[in-house]
Design a binder for this molecule. Sequence first.
Ligand code: AVI
Length: 324
Amino acid sequence: RTEQGIAIVDRDEDGVDRAFRADVLAGLRQQQKAVPARWFYDEAGSQLFEQITGLEEYYPTRAETEILQARGAEFADLIGPDRAVVEFGSGSSVKTPLLLETIEPAAYVPLDISGDFLRESAAALGEKFPGLPVHPVEADFMRRVALPDDVAPLKKLGFFPGSTIGNMVPRTAVDLLRSMRATLGADDGEAPLLLIGMDLVKDAATLEAAYDDAQGVTAAFNLNLVHRINRELDGTIPVDAFAHVARWNDDFARIEMHLEAKRDIAFDVSGRRFFMRKGETIHTENSHKFTRRSANILLLAGGWTPLERWLDKGERFALILARA
Ligand code: AVI
C-alpha cells in the first residue's frame, strides 16, 4: 500500500473506502466516540481547510508564511544549497515556493497519499521553477517511503510545515518523525535536515477562536465529516443534531474538536445502529500546541536534534530546523 506508484485507497466492490469504514465503525463503538482527523480531507473538506487558512482568527498559516518570508536568508545559510527538498504532504501554493526560492535546492520531492493533489501541486511547482527536477511520489509518508533513484544520492532536507505534526498524539508523532528519518536516509550518508512547523501554546481564547471562527467555516469543516459519512457509508446521521465544539485541553496542551449531540439521537452507518445521548460527543481532531521544551523533547524522541528555531513577530508559531 505504501510503495511508490501503487494506488493507495483500498475500495470494496461497492467503491467504499475500507479504511474509512473501519475507522468510523470502530470509532463510533468507543465509549468516547472518535473519528481520526485524516478523514476530514475529502474534496469539500480540503476546500474548507483552504478557506480556514485565510480566516482572520486562524493565525498559523499567516504566522508561518511570515517566518518563511522574513527569515529565509538565515535558514538558507544553515541549510546550504543543492539539497533535495522532500516535502511530507503536497506543497502548499504559498509556503513551498518561499522555501524553494531561498535555498537553491537540487530537486523537489513532494510525498502525498492523494495522487490528485500531488500531481496538481507538482505541476504548479514545475512551472514556477522551470530548471528544478520535480519527482512526485504517491505514498503514505507515515511509513518509510522509497525515494526515486535520482534523488537517493543527494543530501536531503525534509519539510513538514503547517504544524500538521500537532494533529497526531505524541506516540504517532514520534513514529512519523522516525519514519521521516528512515525515508530521508538518516543512516546512510550525510545527516538529513528537517524543517518543521509547530504551533505554540498561547492563551485559550485565541486558540479556541482559531478553531471556532465567527463565520462558521471551521464548524462547516467539522460537520462535513458527518456529510461524508452519510454519503460514503450509507449513513443516516441527522447533521442538524450536531454542534461544532472547539475546546482547549490544558492537560494535553491541545485544542480538541468535537461534534456534540444537541439531543438524543439514533442513526445507522453501514447497516449498524448507533445511539448518542444529548451532550455526548464524537471527538474529531486534536491540534497539539508546543512550547520550546515540548517541541524539543518530541523531536529528540523522534530521532532529531533541534539546531535552530524561528518565530513570527507575534511569537505564535515556530519553524524549527533539526538534524538526524
Ligand atoms: C492541518 N492542521 C494543522 C490544522 C490544525 O490547525 O490543526 C487543521 C485544522 N483544523 C481546524 N482548523 C484547522
